[in-house]
Design a protein around this ligand. Sequence first.
Ligand code: CP
Ligand code: NVA
Length: 320
Amino acid sequence: MTNEPPLEVAPLIRSFLDLSDAGGHAIAAMINDAQDRKMARRGWPMGKPDIDQPLAGRVLAMVFEKSSTRTRVSFDVAMRQLGGSAILLDASTSQLGRGESIADTARVLSRMADAIMVRTDDHSKIEEVAHHAHVPVINGLTDLSHPCQIVADLLTVIEHRKALPGLELAWFGDGNNVLNSILEAAALMKFNVRVATPQGYEPNPQFVKMARDAGSTVTLTTDAAEAARDADVLVTDTWISMGQEHAEEKLAAMEPFRVDSALMAKAKRDAIFLHCLPAHVGDEVSAEVFEGPQSVVFDEAENRIHAQKSILLWCFGLIG
Ligand code: CP
Ligand code: NVA
């Protein structure tokens, strides 16, 4: 008897811990496939499977050590649309909450599911899951990165008729996990990023270096107006991410970085506004911008489903 998995496991195991695991060509292929599938099922009930049901019989285990609305629902609906199904585990109702190791959980889930999606805090935890798992592992957000969100964001940008190479994307507020993945996307898809944050809240320097090394222009500034000038896309996120302390000092430092109408007016006339949600309207974005005509945040939220489908198909070797 061995501890090895049964022989019939899929021969191709592709994990999606960060965007670079797929690379620029595969991400472009994912976006194309997402657009095609989205178009092909226009007007259908959300739970009706796509005609080809490419993941029929497959099960996704979803492990959440942090809260989620969009990631949780979009992966579940994505699996249904691809002909498969999803099982939800959270720390409070699984043995993870009682101290079972993430390594043992990964090995067990590898025997019970065809892929594992994890949302957790320390990025090293998801790397550990991938190390022990015998099936594809997907990063549903860590403190370091949020790659699935960015596939949906790129799809949204392209749907709004903006080409990625040469795009000028401006970020305002906290240099967090979402921004890190945007910088990784910039490296892979050849666009430029202006980052406006208060001092001390800059993005992870490794992601800045990755984008710059790949030829993207990354501007780090404390001047929000400078970052917004003639930008194509304006993006922000919560000032306090999950797991961070609600510090008054941080909130005060963020005040000049709110995306409001005056800031939007400095961007290109056809610029769009993105936010991964959940939003704190009145903090990182004004109500006028959030509800205004340039805001495409609910297209972006819906696109989480279409993006997750492409990510899943890539993990199973059916795209790219
Ligand atoms: N944008 C995003 O990941 O949303 P949830 O936290 O609701 O999953
Ligand atoms: N930066 C946010 C993203 C939520 C989807 C967080 O980590 O809480």
